[in-house]
Design a binder for this molecule. Sequence first.
Ligand code: AMP
Length: 219
Amino acid sequence: MTSKLNLVVLGKQGAGKGTQSQLLCERYGLIHISTGDILRAAVQNGTALGRQVKSILDAGQLVSDDLVNQLVEDRLSEPDAEPGAVLDGFPRNIGQAQALERILGDGGVKLCVYIDLPNELVLQRLSSRRVCQECGTTYVDTDIAAISGTCEVCGGDVVQRSDDRPEAIQQRLETFERDTFPLLSFYEQRNLLVKVNGDQSVEKVANDIDELIAGRGVA
Ligand code: AMP
């Protein structure tokens, strides 16, 4: 059993995983591993990996388990992962969750936080979401930065993610139901699952997660 604080954050797209993962990292001094961010950066930078996965990301489908398992294993072996990591967008299916158990060993995942949000709200949030291509700051379509197309933080281009278009959102929701939803039972069976209501302010969700972590005594 390791003393590292490795946390898995699960939720549908738009549930607030990225924001809450970032806050958890700041609070507990952990690294943020977002497989979606790593893959999107590779696409944007036109690397070999990016060229390999671009059409899969655009269609809202999942890239191969072997590829993401390796990305995560490599990142977890870097020195700054010593205190632990918040895993955001990984694992996405049972195969990946088993791979994570192999990578981290028994007791390696301390808690799995599921941020719950109904599909209607997912659709609403994602169709109005805009992101800065440079720094990843998110906006809604009515924000000045989204209207002007210029990020208030870094001056980068603010755009709609290609997989936030309605067809891709639908595909991602179906993928979630089919592949990712079974992970709730997977972590429940291991007594590692806690659930929070994602239809609340960022602060309230963060507070609920904090209380659950404290209640479990894992940090
Ligand atoms: P996200 O930002 O987590 O919604 O991820 C964006 C896209 O990256 C997904 O729709 C997938 O195409 C790909 N992706 C991210 N994480 C994974 C993963 N764990 N397994 C497979 N594909 C992934």
